[in-house]
Design a protein around this ligand. Structure first.
Ligand code: ADP
Ligand code: TYD
Length: 209
């Protein structure tokens, strides 16, 4: 995509992705890198509008198919307007979730649309992050953290523990299938400890490429 870098954080709700993405952005900026910190669904004005459509309201508001189209539309806008331009400027782009979240949630846990997810990805997105941090924690811990933080974006958290459990297993399986890109991080530790490991792995990758 250009001479910058494209990093993603993945994991179940409450695993600490946003916290770690922010800490990594701050640490890299402190070392002189130019960083764009972004998130999905969202990350561009159009995609943030779609975010409200998918995350708020009744859990049955959308069919799995409609939801897949909305997430993919949001990602396409995010890629066009935010990710690609920043990577082309030579920045490190850090996104809180990307296509692995769709593979997981629309492909396996909330929908059963793995084939459609892969086809839409190939057709409309077509890129993967250079490096993906999977922040892994037990689903009970994730749900407890996410619920403690509760706001109005609870449409998915409302779906419960069993979904979180399958999502955790599914993310670990995705990591096994793409070991070159994934780094699995034990997120059930002190925030600073997790951040130190993520930073060390990122610096390793940036200098080794
Ligand atoms: P995610 O983006 O994966 O949903 P967040 O980063 O928003 O997760 O974290 C969810 C909640 O858990 C927040 O209230 C956050 O402060 C807290 N949290 C994040 N990392 C840790 C950690 N390592 N230990 C304990 N609590 C954490
Ligand atoms: P996010 O804001 O990352 O929530 P959290 O901080 O609680 O992890 O994502 C909101 C929800 O959107 C989350 O439950 C996962 C879901 N999601 C999908 O189902 N498919 C996708 O492609 C993406 C990006 C997110």
């Amino acid at each position: 995509m250009g001479h910058g870098a494209f990093l993603s954080f993945e994991g179940i709700d409450g695993s600490g992705k946003s916290t770690q993405a922010r800490r990594l952005a701050d640490a890299l900026r402190g070392k002189g890198h130019r960083v764009t910190l972004t998130r999905e669904p969202g990350g561009s004005p159009g995609a943030e509008e779609i975010r409200r459509l998918v995350l708020e309201g009744d859990p049955d508001r959308w069919s799995p198919e409609t939801e897949l189209l909305l997430f993919t539309a949001a990602r396409r806008d995010h890629l066009e307007k935010t990710i690609r331009p920043a990577v082309q400027r030579g920045e490190v782009v850090i996104t809180d979730r990307f296509a692995d979240s769709t593979r997981m949630y629309q492909g396996l846990t909330r929908g059963n649309l793995a084939a459609e997810v892969d086809q839409l990805h190939a057709l409309m997105i077509g890129v993967e992050p250079d490096l993906t941090f999977l922040i892994d924690i037990p689903p009970e811990a994730g749900l407890a953290r996410a619920t403690a933080r509760a706001g109005k974006e609870m449409r998915f958290e409302d779906m419960g523990l069993e979904v979180q459990r399958r999502a955790r297993d599914g993310f670990l399986a995705l990591a096994t299938r793409a070991p070159g890109r994934f780094r699995v991080i034990d997120g059930n530790r002190d925030e600073a400890e997790v951040a130190a490991e993520v930073l060390a792995l990122t610096l390793d990758w940036l200098t080794g490429r």
